[in-house]
Design a protein around this ligand. Structure first.
Ligand SMILES: Cc1cc2nc3c(=O)[nH]c(=O)nc-3n(C[C@H](O)[C@H](O)[C@H](O)COP(=O)(O)OP(=O)(O)OC[C@H]3O[C@@H](n4cnc5c(N)ncnc54)[C@H](O)[C@@H]3O)c2cc1C
Length: 456
């Protein structure tokens, strides 16, 4: 085993954000039957925002939220904590897929991030919200040219290393406003408390098994009873969709993260990073990293692992080969931090769809709404998705329901074994492109032409 393999083995195999001494106690499960105006399935950001916004809009509406496990235990409590304004998994993807309405989506995304900040302040949610922006770094020459062509924010080698001192950086692009850093588990816990304060009834450890609709309600069947709901919102992310026809649109892709011990002031001084931006490098297989409030570094990304048959398993949250690789990449990025330890290692499932940003719709004659497919960029965008679901359920034509992004769907993934083979071919090709100045092979160009892709 390499030195990095040994180093990561000493880390706790659990998400740092959730591993807090003051984590909230589990809420009671739903036992028996109940009724409500709106049932929300899923206690991640999607479901939590939907329940909170529903109550804010119509306090008289009765809202029940059911979570199969714990609030925020899944992607929402184990991500990088980059809360971005982008609703489209970045500008390039948004411009390519929705050119006519991209400026509207940018405005809506900026409003969405501002509203998240305002909600955090209004309910006093202590989630270390820091509007630091983010710094994209170029680590290969061809990326420098791409950066130079973007208007505003370009940093040359000296300027980017003056910000954050890594020998791997060749240039940077600093977006000062479009991203905040959060402690995501605390945001999820805080949103749950805010919803509960407004009267949302929250049940944990209550998996929903099926939905069945009649003329005027939906029966939401859990293991222990039935919720009779006038309307339902689904925020189930990478987990098997309760509306079966939606399962073709996403695949669960595992993404992995390391957390270091807190840096001493001398260690922090050796890398600079005074503005505490989130950082991402710019290859297809990219890393993202950021500081926590106590100056640890979260370092994640690069590998994106898909398991045959869309399987999700707790054992997939750990992947020693990826952790070892990430540790090696960490010390190449910051060699001056040699000797630093990792305290936590974990992974989690992302709901990847072929257009890399969420899609929306209704089922059961308009009584059930869904928002899925955030593909690794849902910390901020899920609030927007929650608004879309509520607008769809209202039946009214609104600015959001008129968007092409809301009315259109991604290209579905093929059934197995084609999905697995296709993902592996795409991963191989993306890796190949990263080693060849970003040049895309015939397979990637064919997918591009078909509007399909694979990302995390
Ligand atoms: C390692 C990692 C790093 C990431 N980094 C970032 C980042 O830095 N920035 C960013 O924007 N995004 C990031 N993401 C993605 C982001 O975390 C997600 O897009 C976002 O949290 C999705 O929220 P959600 O509520 O839709 O899903 P989840 O948080 O997965 O919540 C879905 C919930 O639904 C519940 N559920 C599912 N089915 C049922 C059922 N039948 N009955 C009851 N409950 C059910 C699940 O138990 C789960 O709690 C990352 C994801 C991972 C895994």
């Amino acid at each position: 085993m390499s030195q990095f393999g040994r180093l990561v083995l000493a880390a706790k195999p659990t998400p740092y954000w959730l591993d807090q001494p003051d984590a909230p106690p589990v809420r009671e499960p739903l036992l028996g039957d109940t009724a409500c105006d709106l049932a929300v399935v899923g206690g991640g950001f999607s479901g939590l925002w939907t329940a909170l916004l529903a109550k804010q809009l119509h306090p008289e509406r009765s809202v029940v939220l059911v979570e199969g496990n714990r609030i925020g235990w899944a992607a929402s409590g184990r991500n990088g904590g980059f809360c971005e304004a982008s609703l489209t998994h970045g500008e390039a993807n948004g411009l390519e897929r929705f050119p006519a309405e991209f400026s509207t989506l940018e405005r809506l995304g900026a409003e969405n991030l501002a509203a998240i900040e305002a909600t955090v302040a209004k309910y006093g949610i202590e989630c270390d919200f820091e509007r630091t922006g983010q710094l994209a770094v170029a680590t290969q020459e061809y990326q420098v040219e791409e950066f130079r062509s973007v208007p505003g924010g370009f940093l040359d080698t000296a300027a980017v290393r003056a910000e954050v001192n890594s020998p791997t950086y060749l240039a940077g692009l600093w977006d000062k406003d479009g991203c905040a850093m959060v402690q995501p588990a605390r945001l999820a816990w805080g949103l749950a408390d805010a919803g509960a304060q407004l009267g949302v009834r929250i049940y944990e450890r209550t998996p929903v098994i099926s939905l069945a609709s009649s003329a005027d309600e939906v029966a939401v069947r859990t293991w222990s009873g039935v919720i009779r709901a006038k309307q339902v919102a689904l925020g189930t992310n990478a987990f098997p969709a309760l509306v079966k026809r939606l399962r073709a649109y996403t695949v669960p892709v595992y993404d992995y993260v390391l957390m270091t011990e807190p840096l001493s002031s001398a260690q922090l001084a050796s890398i600079g990073w005074q503005h505490r931006q989130g950082i991402g490098d710019s290859a297809n297989q990219f890393h993202y990293y950021r500081l926590t409030s106590d100056n640890r570094i979260l370092f994640g990304g690069y590998d994106a692992i898909y398991h045959f048959g869309r399987t999700i398993r707790a054992s997939y949250d750990q992947r020693p080969a990826t952790f070892e690789k990430l540790a090696g990449h960490f010390f190449s990025t910051f060699p001056q931090l040699e000797g630093l330890s990792f305290t936590h290692r974990w992974g989690g499932a992302i709901d990847t769809c072929t257009r890399f940003c969420a899609f929306f719709g209704t089922a059961h004659r308009g009584r059930v709404a869904y928002a899925l497919g955030y593909t690794g960029l849902g910390v901020g965008a899920t609030r927007f998705g929650a608004r879309v679901m509520l607008d769809l359920l209202s039946g009214a034509e609104t600015e959001l329901t008129s968007l092409d992004m809301v009315r259109s769907k991604p290209v579905p993934f093929p059934p197995e074994p084609l999905a697995y083979l296709g993902v592996q071919a795409t991963r191989w090709s993306l890796n190949h492109a990263d080693r060849n100045s970003g040049k895309r092979n015939l397979w990637l160009r064919t997918l591009d032409a078909a509007g399909m892709g694979f990302d995390s």
